[in-house]
Design a protein around this ligand. Structure first.
Ligand SMILES: C[S@@+](CC[C@H](N)C(=O)[O-])C[C@H]1O[C@@H](n2cnc3c(N)ncnc32)[C@H](O)[C@@H]1O
Length: 252
């Protein structure tokens, strides 16, 4: 097993599926992620990799679309769970995101969902994703947004000093001891473009992520509302998750 120095959150031995998804009733968030992934991933993919894909929560979305599908993660226990469920349909590879064990241009498409908040050095991560993608290849990346409506409200009413408007990366140590990194959309978009990606499409995702709204409207209704909102609200980028479809520029 590859050991890394810079792991912010080690999922080895943590039952992410049960604790985070099932016990905390995140059906709405799961449905919102699936909707976005369905819209943004190419319909037919050759070699695909799910980076920091955990236990393969979204594998049933990409396996049917890919000739070959790989799940990459740091946590061997997450990968073992995925292998149990998907067997030969999914290759699993353990390693560290900062040194991906893949060749330059190895994949025709990739995705990385709900992982940017774990990385101290997002520039390096984006450079690695770019490197393993072939020219013309597609990357679907979810970014944890610091400029959400609740955070704007908290800032304007003096309940937090972290400004959602400045472009600096926010390290939310109030959420976890080692912190969660959140990004201003403009900050991350500059990194994508400097790296050589073209931003092809943007979606605003998990727009109604709130325990209060779940109680009032119920999960089913929130999922219905989410459907239209992902595209309509994309230009303002106020949701907690912003999804990007990026294309690696360069000749095929
Ligand atoms: C919140 S989970 C998201 C899993 C999956 N993408 C999903 O949406 O269900 C974050 C994942 O990032 C992985 N991770 C964290 N740091 C990593 C690193 N340095 N290299 C590779 N994976 C890492 C964790 O092991 C975990 O599985």
């Amino acid at each position: 097993m590859v050991k890394a120095k810079d792991i912010v959150s080690d999922y080895n031995g943590y039952d992410y599926k049960k604790i985070f998804w099932e016990d905390a009733d995140r059906k709405y968030e799961d449905a919102a992620d699936r909707m976005a992934v369905k819209k943004l991933l190419p319909k037919h993919m050759d070699k695909f990799v799910d980076i920091a894909g955990g236990y393969g929560r979204l594998a049933d979305e990409y396996i049917p679309r890919s000739k070959s599908a790989t799940l990459f993660d740091y946590s061997q226990s997450e990968l073992d769970d995925a292998k149990k469920k998907y067997g030969k349909k999914l290759n699993t590879v353990q390693g560290d995101i900062y040194k991906l064990p893949f060749k330059d241009g190895e994949f025709s498409s990739l995705m990385m969902i709900r992982a940017t908040h774990h990385f101290k050095d997002i520039d390096k991560v984006v450079a690695e994703l770019y490197r393993i993608l072939q020219p013309g290849g597609v990357a679907v990346i979810e970014v944890a947004n610091k400029r959400t409506l609740p955070r704007i409200a908290r800032y304007l009413t003096g309940r937090t000093k972290i400004s959602p408007f400045d472009h600096k990366v926010a390290n939310l140590t109030d959420v976890a001891k080692s912190g969660f990194y959140n990004y201003h959309p403009k900050y991350i978009e500059d990194i994508f473009e400097k790296q050589g990606f073209k931003i092809d499409k943007v979606l605003s995702v998990s727009n109604f992520r709130s325990a209060g709204l779940k109680k009032i409207f119920g999960t089913k209704n929130l999922v219905k509302m989410e459907k239209g909102a992902q595209t309509v609200l994309a230009p303002i980028r106020f949701a907690p998750s912003i999804y990007y479809r990026l294309v690696k520029l360069g000749d095929k």
